[in-house]
Write a protein that binds this ligand. Structure first.
Ligand SMILES: [Zn+2]
Length: 333
């Protein structure tokens, strides 16, 4: 335990995994940028290096600063490792978007969305420089990447994975998470997942339910999913892990938006199936009269939904996944 008198982990400009002692978990604070008073802003890193050689698995959390379920996933995963038996290294970042986390917001502290800005720019805006240096100093060190997210404020998600299912390595990573839903989604420009894929690092995005809270059930499931992946990579011994229901595989997905403003109620819960024509949401005006019924445009599964009743024109209503064999190209981030 860190007490006030314990020294803080070493601050470093770069990360050299080969210098990390085997059989231990090292902590580092990586210098990223300086604030307006010239104080360094640092990214916390946990490096679990096994005694045997093996791949480097990157686990990243809180790229969006209000998406927190991934943080205890990192803690529980590392706590459960037997470092004397671990083959390879887990490089874990409990909080990628440090300024956003401190501001309790999704975006970086210049209000830009980091996950639209990758690979960033060495000479760009604050968020672009942060993305660039994170990619250069951390992500390039890993062989596989699992990026942990949640829904945004005002919305809830299922436990689902976005992955390029046309890549067999990536598809296997996704299936091993045993999520409720997998959405086939070739990495879109600007995401961390896309930037990793461009570096030939197989990567998946795991959505762990709801924003700005710790949800113990999904945290435990995510730890098990990552352990299944580690066993598959030969990093830990396979163990008898509970097998869940097979995920619904969606070839594509899209958000339904409301064309009218008002007070929104979304009827189905996440992971529920809906059929074409079914009423999925109602918008009422402030006097209580019904303004609009939203009907499902086609059969699908509810990946995520709004839980914020105050909906302006254009507000998100429901994230619909299409569980079929047809090729789709619509994506949602
Ligand atoms: Zn996110």
């Amino acid at each position: 335990m860190n007490t006030p008198s314990s020294p803080l982990p070493p601050a470093v400009d770069h990360l050299d995994l080969d210098t990390m002692p085997a059989g231990t978990i090292s902590r580092r604070r990586l210098n990223m940028v300086a604030d307006g008073l010239g104080r360094p802003v640092r990214m916390p890193l946990l490096i679990a290096r096994g005694v045997k050689p093996g791949p480097v698995l990157g686990i990243t959390a809180a790229v969006h600063g209000n998406e927190l379920n991934g943080i205890p996933v990192v803690h529980a995963l590392l706590k459960g490792l037997n470092l004397q038996r671990l083959a390879g290294t887990v490089l874990a970042v409990p909080a990628v978007n440090v300024p956003g986390l401190l501001e309790q917001q999704r975006e970086f502290n210049d209000d830009r969305d980091l996950n639209h800005l990758f690979p960033g720019r060495a000479d760009g805006t604050g968020a672009q420089v942060w993305a660039w240096r994170f990619l250069d100093r951390v992500v390039r060190r890993v062989d596989y990447l699992v990026d942990l997210h949640t829904a945004s404020f005002g919305r809830v998600n299922s436990l689902y994975v976005r992955a390029d299912m046309s890549d067999p390595v990536v598809a296997n990573m996704a299936r091993l998470q045993q999520p409720q839903i997998i959405v086939h989604n070739p990495p879109a420009d600007g995401t961390l997942r896309g930037a990793a894929a461009a570096l030939a690092i197989p990567a998946i995005t795991v959505e762990l339910k709801d924003p700005h809270r710790f949800q113990i059930g999904v945290i435990k499931k995510s730890v098990l999913g990552i352990r299944r992946l580690m066993a598959s990579l030969g990093m830990i011994a396979p163990s008898k892990l509970p097998s869940l229901e097979p995920p619904a595989l969606c070839q594509s997905s899209y958000w339904i938006y409301t064309p009218v403003g008002g007070l929104l109620s979304v009827l189905p819960e996440v992971t529920e199936r809906v059929t074409a024509g079914e009423v999925v949401a109602r918008v009422r005006d402030v006097y209580g009269d019904l303004v609009l019924e939203h009907r499902a445009p086609e059969d699908g599964i509810v990946i995520g939904k709004s839980v914020n009743p105050v909906a302006q024109t254009g507000a998100r209503v429901l994230h619909l996944g299409l569980v079929d064999d047809g090729a789709g190209e619509e994506s949602a981030r």
